[in-house]
Design a protein around this ligand. Sequence first.
Ligand SMILES: Cc1cc2nc3c(=O)[nH]c(=O)nc-3n(C[C@H](O)[C@H](O)[C@H](O)COP(=O)(O)OP(=O)(O)OC[C@H]3O[C@@H](n4cnc5c(N)ncnc54)[C@H](O)[C@@H]3O)c2cc1C
Length: 465
Amino acid sequence: MTDSKHAFDVIVVGGGNAALCAAITARRAGASVLVLECATKDFRAGNSRHTRDIRYMHRAATDFVTATYDEEEFWRDLLGVTGGATDERLARLTIRESETLGDWMPANGVRWQKPLRGTLHLMRSNLFMLGGGKAMMNAYYDTALKLGVEIAYETEVREVKMSDGEFAFALAIHNGGAKEYAAKTLVVASGGFEANIPWLKEYWGDAADNFIIRGTPHNQGRMLKELLRHGAKPVGDPRGCHAVALDARAPKFDGGIVTRLDSVPFGIVVNKDVKRFYDEGEDFWPKRYAIWGKLIAEQPGQIAYSIIDSEGLPHFMPSVFPPVEAGSIGALGAALAIDPAALSAVVDEYNRSVRHGRFDPGSLDECRTEGLDPPKSHWARPIETPPYYGYPLRPGITFTYLGVTVNERAQVIMQNDHPARNVFAAGEVMAGNILGRGYLAGFGLTIGSVFGRIAGREAARCAGF
Ligand SMILES: Cc1cc2nc3c(=O)[nH]c(=O)nc-3n(C[C@H](O)[C@H](O)[C@H](O)COP(=O)(O)OP(=O)(O)OC[C@H]3O[C@@H](n4cnc5c(N)ncnc54)[C@H](O)[C@@H]3O)c2cc1C
């Protein structure tokens, strides 16, 4: 154990985007910084290494975004997905501060690429990182090391010593032994608790056993639990999580982006009782994909099946696992181990209800159903061109919404509504302040980058810089 009090100015717990944005900013301000990351060096950077793009406000087109995306539009988009479950002050701060990310990120080693096209509809609002999140995080680690940030891998913080909102030291496990890490200030950037199945079961019951975790197994929520234990004020629905439709054949953890399936708008989805349960074409996929995990989680056995025909296949990103293929709908049902006759009946009923129009995946087109419950509002075309394809789907949990309340300085707010003096939070551990429900593609990184920088700046200031 170390007994060196205030050995560092700033300790950052976590090794993802929010943590590195905080560490780099605090170090640039002059503070000494230690990052405690529980993963190995090879698996560092949590869920951030799985990302591809970031949403940001901008006033002009560039080589990498096709047109403007201003504060009001960004805010309206956020209101739309959250249904108002957001703190407007913090949300607008995030949006405004995001404007500088287009320059700040390259200044710290990130490179952009031309936007991906197709069904994503993100070429106007989002910047895509060249090499994705892995390259972004490698760049941040290089920058941090060059600046003199110290990084301790395989160091899992188990406990935080705090009293009356004042942090003293962190107790971590490193090389099998317990170690104390003292600092003047603490930045918690350790993600959500999505990898902690027993914790998820408290809200979801046994259904959580059937969830697949898209990202790191390290996001166990230990720090979140510690902050709450010390009296931090919670924010966000404990049951709330960002969850997508994932290929049921994906690994339990860390499958990353490639196991997500974007086939839903181009066909129908049935549960294991062979019943449709939601409008597959309600809105553009980037505004809807994040509700599908929860929809599947509410189905019997937490499983569903995406059914398309060969006309649908070219319209979404190729899947990593090949679809189940059959020459008839009945044979497809049998191959997916669901009732073949019931599947044929559902597809027939759907086909009869389709009102033809001009099919356009790039707009909210006129191809819809009539008299079908639930309806399919756009991109509805008969499923009638063999071969037919099916994908088994499970809820794929991206991150959880429960977090700690923060103010505009990223200070953790305690239950007496006073800020903790020297404890700051950034990233998923506080994202529920801004994103109480729903999701906007690329906004996880926006929140983490903006609040990471604020937390780093304020932690350094609190430490005397
Ligand atoms: C497959 C996938 C794709 C995604 N794509 C995008 C995208 O394109 N754009 C976007 O904006 N968002 C995307 N997201 C969401 C995005 O990953 C998160 O919003 C963001 O990365 C969160 O950053 P963070 O720093 O808060 O957490 P993370 O990046 O998850 O980092 C948390 C870190 O904390 C460490 N840690 C946890 N507990 C402890 C502890 N007790 N002690 C020490 N260390 C600890 C972990 O090892 C990890 O390094 C995606 C997520 C997934 C899973």
